[in-house]
Write a protein that binds this ligand. Sequence first.
Ligand SMILES: Cc1cc2nc3c(=O)[nH]c(=O)nc-3n(C[C@H](O)[C@H](O)[C@H](O)COP(=O)(O)OP(=O)(O)OC[C@H]3O[C@@H](n4cnc5c(N)ncnc54)[C@H](O)[C@@H]3O)c2cc1C
Length: 487
Amino acid sequence: MNKEEKQKLYDVIIIGGGVIGCSIARYLSRFNLKLLLLEKHNDVGDEASGANSGIVHSGYDPLPGTKKAYFNVRGNKMFDEVVKELDVSFKRIGSLTLSFSDEDDKTLLELKKRGDENGVETKILSKEETLKLEPNLSKEIHGALFASSAGIVSPFALTNNLMENALDNGAELLLNTEVTKIKKKVEFYRVFEKNGLFFDTKLVVNAAGLYSDKIQNLVGESDFKITPRKGEYFVLDHFDNNFIKHTIFMCPTKVGKGVLISQTASGNYLVGPSNDECAVDDVSTDSLTLSEIKKTALKICPSLPFEETIREFSGIRPNSDIDDFIIKESEKNPGFYTVGGIMSPGLASSLAIGEYVSELIEKKLNLEINKNFNQYIRKHLSLAKLGEEKYNELIKEDPRYGHMVCRCEKVSEGQILDAIHRNSGARTIKGVKKRVRPGFGKCQGTFCEAGIAQILARELKVDLSEICYSDLGTNVLLKAHKGSEND
Ligand SMILES: Cc1cc2nc3c(=O)[nH]c(=O)nc-3n(C[C@H](O)[C@H](O)[C@H](O)COP(=O)(O)OP(=O)(O)OC[C@H]3O[C@@H](n4cnc5c(N)ncnc54)[C@H](O)[C@@H]3O)c2cc1C
């Protein structure tokens, strides 16, 4: 390797900017190293990490002794501190897993036993105790398993803010960069993207979610196979935040945790998911599956107001045939790490996985501490928390905070500008939506998307016709129209 090649050599390249890749990047940025994350989409968190239930599971469900159990329980505990550092909304609302039969009662006892072994506090509640906590639940229930440590988090904010913090601390990110080939050289790996550009690195971390088996194949290994499984959901408006206060689960079965009803971190209600095998990129929803979800949800909560539905969506689980997380350095290809098949509870486990993998790599490369590491990101402004007086002062200082772009979710131009001009900032309409929520409300972006496109074009200094909804090619306009700000 010549001097110039040595200068360009990365210590670590992470493939995949889901919550797992971003968490590994954030924890690795605590050390002095040259670090690059490659993501094929136009933003981080656009696959499983951006379309899930957002539950920080307590950890009573995974089988004791599995990686899922260990990382879930450790990860859950890390949330209180990390969400303050990363300014992510998170609430420990607790969960109730319901029993509807004698068989379910037995399952709850089994889950309680597992919880005890995993070190998770749970309590079996009678029907009366459960209904006292949640009076809108079905009167047909037998009782429930209560886990106070379960929480809800914004998966978008978590993934993005982990990446922002990694970038603040010196990591690099390349979007629209799909890895298609990896060559093993004597001292390093050469990672190619689809247009032939390549990057050299001492270590590779495969955090490619649904494609983690394919990335492993690129170095001639095939230890596991991903079987994508789709979960479809209803999203209900934030109509009453006392209607259901806990995350409500059915008893889990062999195929998964079943349909849940829960508030999201932003106060909407989420109902779903289904669990069906699907093509790796099929994020469609269908009325038959949704009507089955509705039937189950109405069994749980007969008065659930489905007329408040504002959206349906689906996410795809990167389930593997190993039935546990795969987190290991390859024996055949030292320096190649797979962190794949990270199915549920992957979100809940993400912080612990990031911490663990970063420490494996620290030891491998004998890394020094990054003395300038700052675990905090710059706080986001919450207009709701400011109070009227302070908000008026802010508008006097910067009138763009008084210009409401999204009336449903009350998002000002000032907040959108902030979301664009951060590290890992938004560059698409979906990117703005995921960061500060315009378009998540009742009108689903009908009234605000055109304005957001104009702000993006102005701030990114590109023509309006270049603004995409999400990935490259999803341009919202074919041509800037007369009268637009970019004429
Ligand atoms: C319906 C559903 C509900 C869920 N609910 C919960 C829950 O409530 N709680 C919980 O703890 N977990 C939940 N999960 C699981 C959780 O979402 C996942 O475990 C987690 O998001 C996995 O993160 P990841 O980073 O491994 O994968 P992903 O988020 O899929 O990220 C992988 C990234 O790699 C990128 N990539 C792939 N191939 C390449 C390539 N060749 N080059 C460059 N980039 C590439 C992808 O574009 C993607 O951004 C749920 C999942 C689903 C789908």
